[in-house]
Design a protein around this ligand. Structure first.
Ligand SMILES: [Zn+2]
Length: 176
């Protein structure tokens, strides 16, 4: 079992039973599921992570529309008591007990760029390496440098610019 901060947490190396403990928030990793297509080019497939979180809740009144909530461990322990004891001892508040919530999120597939950097494959059109700016398709194929886009069809930038004079250099790059 590993304890991560949110920044450190990586769905591709985490395991069920790990926790995220960070600035008063506590989350249990309760499920990790591989999703999406597998691809030999990828380092990791897309994953869906389910987190379980316990909160001790206190309410201002029976309507339960407002109040206080403290992230806690499964046994109810509060990691950073802060004003927990003041709230708990306040006779005007209703103790709602420890509630359990689940939420999940998706982490994109990753692949290694030819430069060695990890690229997150989260865009259906292009996935760009943050280090060398190479572009990859969602399937992991290296795409031609942007300045060459359009060359396969025999179009040059000047042909397209004259076909549509409103296209300037910047918008041409954005066509990708
Ligand atoms: Zn790269």
């Amino acid at each position: 079992m590993t304890n991560f901060t949110w920044r450190e947490f990586d769905a591709h190396t985490a395991s069920v039973g790990d926790m995220i403990i960070d600035q008063g928030t506590i989350a249990y990793v309760i499920h990790i599921e591989e999703r999406g297509f597998s691809n030999p080019r990828f380092l990791n497939r897309e994953k869906r992570v389910t987190l379980g979180e316990y909160r001790h809740e206190f309410f201002d009144d029976e309507e339960r529309l407002s109040g206080y909530s403290f992230d806690c461990f499964a046994d109810g322990t509060i990691p950073e008591p802060s004003n927990y004891h003041n709230v708990k001892d306040d006779p005007n508040l209703i103790d709602g007990g420890i509630q359990y919530y689940e939420r999940d999120f998706k982490t994109p597939a990753t692949m290694k760029c030819v430069c060695g950097e990890i690229v997150y494959m989260d865009n259906v059109m292009t996935n760009t390496c943050g280090k060398c700016a190479r572009d990859y398709s969602i399937g992991g194929s290296l795409l031609a440098p942007r300045e060459q886009w359009g060359e396969e069809t025999g179009e040059s930038y000047s042909d397209i610019a004259s076909f549509n004079p409103s296209i300037n250099d910047d918008s041409w790059k954005d066509l990708g």
